[in-house]
Design a binder for this molecule. Structure first.
Ligand code: HSE
Length: 314
C-alpha cells in the first residue's frame, strides 16, 4: 500500500463512550455519548511492533493481539509496509466492563488515530472493519453497535456486518442519563446466557419496536420513540444480572424519561429524555435506588455526540 503519511508522528484522540442495543436493537443500534471519553496518544514508529501502555491502573492485557486497541492495529498492519509500528498510551476514563463501550472506545480511538497519522488511507467502513477485531478480542464476537457510533458519531443502524452496511440516523435532541452500578458484567458472559431461539410472537413485537424506534428518530417523534423503547427478547434475561433494574426503570419513567433499558450488555442502565432538566430528575431517581440498595454507582447526564472519535492535537 502507498502511504501519504503526515509529518506528524504523534496524535492524541478523545474516544467516546457509546450505548449499544438501544433497548430493542440488539447488536444493530448504537448511540455515541459526549461523556465520558478515553484519551489515547498514538505514535507512528518504524519498529514494526505495537507497544501498549496505560496511565490509569486498569489491568488491561498489553499483548497486542489480546488488547482491544492492539488487535485492530495488527489487522491494519497486514496492509501496511513492514516497518510500520505504533506506540499507544491509553488513559481510560470508561471503566472496562461497564456496558458503555469501553472496548470499542479503545478500538475506534486507535484506528482513527493510526489512520490520521498514515495520511487517511482507509475509509470509515474500513476503519470499522479493523475496530471489529478489538470487539472480537474483548468478547469473542464481532458486533458493531459500539464501534460504529464511536467512529461515525450520532445514532447508527447496523443493518448488516457481513457485508458491512451502516446507516447514520438523524434524531431530535435527546438527553441521556446513565447509571453505572459498580459491578462488572463481562459481555461474553452476558451473551452466553441469551436464549438461542425466539418465539415468533416476540420477534414480531421486537421488529415492530425497532422499526418504530428508527421511524421515531427520523421523524423527530418523541411519542413514537417512547413507545418503541421496549425489549421483549434480551432484557428479560439480562436484567437478572443488574440489581435494582426494574425499580430504576419504573422511577425514571415516572420522572419523565421517554424510556430506556440496559446499556450494551450492562450493568449500566440508560434513560433517554427530551430535555436536560428531566435527565437530572432521572439521575436523582437512579441515585435513590442505588443508595437504597447500598450499591456504589456513578451517574452521567450527557447528550448525543455527533462527531465520534475526535482528534485533539492535529
Ligand atoms: N450488542 C452487544 C451486546 C453490545 O449486547 O452483547 C455489547 O456492548
Amino acid at each position: 500500500m502507498q502511504l501519504n503519511t503526515t509529518p506528524q508522528r504523534t496524535i492524541t484522540v478523545s474516544a467516546p463512550a457509546t450505548i449499544a442495543n438501544l433497548v430493542c436493537g440488539f447488536d444493530i443500534l448504537g448511540l455515541c455519548l459526549n461523556h465520558p471519553a478515553d484519551e489515547m496518544q498514538v505514535t507512528l514508529t518504524d519498529k514494526s511492533a505495537i507497544h501498549i501502555s496505560s496511565t490509569d491502573g486498569y489491568a488491561l492485557p498489553y499483548e497486542a493481539s489480546e488488547n482491544t486497541a492492539g488487535a485492530p492495529l495488527l489487522e491494519m498492519k497486514k496492509l501496511l509496509p513492514e516497518q510500520t509500528g505504533f506506540d499507544i498510551v491509553i488513559k481510560k476514563n470508561i471503566k472496562p466492563g461497564s456496558g458503555i463501550g469501553s472496548s470499542a472506545a479503545s478500538a475506534a480511538g486507535a484506528v482513527v488515530a493510526a489512520n490520521h497519522l498514515l495520511g487517511n488511507p482507509f475509509t470509515r467502513e474500513e476503519m470499522i472493519q479493523f475496530a471489529l477485531f478489538g470487539e472480537k478480542a474483548a468478547s469473542g464476537v464481532k458486533h458493531a453497535d459500539n464501534v460504529a457510533p464511536c467512529i461515525y458519531g450520532g445514532i447508527t443502524l447496523i443493518r448488516s456486518i457481513f457485508p458491512l452496511d451502516i446507516i447514520s440516523l438523524s434524531a431530535p435532541p435527546l438527553w441521556v442519563t446513565v447509571v453505572h452500578p459498580q459491578i462488572e458484567v463481562r459481555t461474553s458472559d452476558a451473551r452466553q446466557i441469551l436464549k438461542k431461539q425466539v418465539l415468533l410472537k416476540d420477534a414480531i413485537k421486537q421488529w415492530g419496536n425497532i422499526a418504530g424506534l428508527v421511524a421515531g428518530f427520523l421523524q423527530n417523534d418523541y411519542g413514537l420513540i417512547s413507545r418503541s423503547l421496549e425489549d421483549v427478547i434480551i432484557e428479560p434475561v439480562r436484567s437478572i444480572l443488574i440489581p435494582g433494574f426494574a425499580e430504576v426503570k419504573k422511577l425514571s419513567i415516572g420522572a419523565g424519561a421517554l424510556g430506556g433499558g440496559i446499556s450494551g450488555s450492562g450493568p449500566s442502565v440508560f434513560m433517554l429524555s427530551t430535555d436536560e432538566e428531566t435527565a437530572h430528575r432521572v439521575k436523582d431517581q437512579m441515585q435513590k435506588v442505588y443508595e437504597g440498595i447500598g450499591l456504589d454507582h456513578f451517574v452521567y447526564v450527557t447528550s448525543i455526540n455527533t462527531q465520534g472519535v475526535k482528534l485533539i492535537n492535529h
